[in-house]
Ligand binder design. Sequence first.
Ligand SMILES: NCc1[nH]cc(CCC(=O)O)c1CC(=O)O
Length: 322
Amino acid sequence: MATTGKRTIVVGTRQSALALTQTGQVIDQLKAICESHGLDYTFEIHKIVTKGDQIIDVTLSKVGGKGLFVKEIEQALLDGTIDLAVHSMKDMPYELPGGLINGAVPKRVDPRDCLVSKDGQDLAGLPPGAKVGTSSLRRAAQIKAYRPDLTLESVRGNIDSRIRKLETEGFDAIILATAGLKRMDWDNRITAYIPEDVCIPAVGQGALGIECREADAEVRELLALLNDEDTAYAVEAERSFLGALNGGCQVPLGAHAVLKQAQDGTRTLELSGMVGTPDGSTLLKEIQQGSDPVELGRSVAAALRARGADDILKQYGGAHGA
Ligand SMILES: NCc1[nH]cc(CCC(=O)O)c1CC(=O)O
């Protein structure tokens, strides 16, 4: 792998506006790191179409298959077509294929879900029976538990087409991740943030994961400089919860870990986890604190299991996706 002269690092990305934007932002950060560390790399973008991008007319939970948005990208990493890939953390499956690692978790942006409503209301202010767009079972479970009168309907597609559908398909509001809108500079469309006591975000929401080959020492060293320890620590607990419940992003579960720094400097995490039915009739939540992220994730999962989470998850067992 050692080259004389400068190495070109090929960065794989999906072609959605969000994927291209966040990949461009990561490349800019990596360039700045190269500059300040005297590293001589250039970067090239390689676009990849994934199965999840091709199937846009079916609710993702019905499509099944783990990591609908990442499989082709991981193949390109393994065969050397690309050297690193920028993923939304919440789209990354729990297990990575052999030979690939998550080389960096950059600093997380706002993990909350938000409402983009036609007339500017927040969730509580929407008229009775209002039509709200979301394809996420996790969001449905929590929104229906909070406002049983709302009519939730599936709205698929990239963020840009979902916002368009707000106008063209008669929705009163749609629910999106704040992070995606912020990265796109579209956060002026947000009419309300949905607080976490109403809607716990998806595992890893707002964070990115940068995947690379385990054996690529140069890229790993570069990515280590982009890693944000606090974010990685929190996301590890959330993903441990995900793994313990064997879930993907299309399973009605969510988790968010917040870092608590004691006065003596010790760091602990507070992890909130949820599992619920998409009709809002059952909503299980658990909050625990701990300092070992893997243990904490498992412990919150076990607590929800003890209260019947398995029965809910069984119905969505094979369903994974973004
Ligand atoms: N499910 C698709 C997806 N994957 C990542 C984001 C953007 C937010 C993030 O990076 O967490 C979105 C859009 C959304 O859920 O509104």
